[in-house]
Design a binder for this molecule. Structure first.
Ligand SMILES: C[S@@+](CC[C@H](N)C(=O)[O-])C[C@H]1O[C@@H](n2cnc3c(N)ncnc32)[C@H](O)[C@@H]1O
Length: 217
């Protein structure tokens, strides 16, 4: 990597309120393809992942709205935000009164963004930058999984891990706009929100983001 991930994130994003969740500010980008290209150059990796961390995704936006309406889901509890990206769900949990929050992501720029964004909102969020899906679930009360059902293999691994977490007594909240690999048979719908996203990422500016609990065993 040529510069520090922090310098790269700051250079390619702007701190601004999240549409529909204006009380949260994130370092966000406007366009995905130029930034993806910059990531490929910066990392020297033509297969570098999409810069998910520079956008607030529909699934995370739905979880954020849900936590604003129902802070009791996380108030005073320990929260783990799987596939955290920008850290949106972890930050929303802290705003709703969580005791502590951890954001986990495999992407180095996401890890940097989670920390930067948490600080920009006056919160501390711990960062785990590794793939936890082959590990035992963490010692927390609630797991948030925002928008992680877009890839078949990832979805299969996330579901198996969430099942293990549920069997440990952890409460699970999934947020999703209807991605291809969403395991609807395994979920109970709790809420539906119209969320504002961008046609840089989606077919429409407004999407229906649903929040689900994991069905009991
Ligand atoms: C579509 S983004 C969602 C980000 C955020 N939750 C939101 O809703 O705005 C999916 C995120 O999953 C992360 N991811 C992919 N595989 C992962 C894994 N095995 N463990 C943790 N995060 C992963 C990606 O790096 C990306 O940041």
């Amino acid at each position: 990597m040529a510069a520090s991930p922090r310098a790269f994130v700051l250079r390619h994003t702007r701190l601004r309120p999240v549409p529909g969740l204006e009380e949260i500010r994130l370092h966000l980008a406007d366009e995905v393809l130029p930034l993806w290209h910059a990531v490929q150059i910066e990392t020297g990796d033509p297969d570098a992942a999409l810069p998910y961390w520079a956008f607030a995704w529909a699934g995370g936006l739905a979880i954020g709205r849900h936590l604003r309406e129902h802070p009791e889901v996380v108030t005073g509890r320990r929260v783990f935000d799987l596939a955290s990206g920008s850290g949106l769900c972890a930050i929303a949990a802290m705003k709703a009164g969580a005791m502590d929050a951890t954001g986990a992501d495999v992407d180095a720029f996401a890890a940097t963004s989670i920390a930067l964004n948490a600080r920009a909102n006056g919160h501390r969020v711990s960062v785990v930058r590794r793939d936890v899906l082959d590990e035992e679930p963490p010692d927390v009360d609630v797991i948030l999984a925002g928008d992680c059902w877009y890839d078949a293999r990832l979805a299969e691994r996330v579901l198996a891990w969430l099942h293990r977490a549920r069997d440990h007594g952890i409460e699970i909240l999934v947020g999703d706009p209807g991605r291809a690999y969403l395991p609807t048979d395994e979920l109970i719908e709790l809420a539906l929100y119209e969320v504002r996203t961008t046609t840089e990422l989606e077919d429409l500016e407004r999407k229906e983001g649903r929040v689900y609990a994991l069905r009991p065993a």
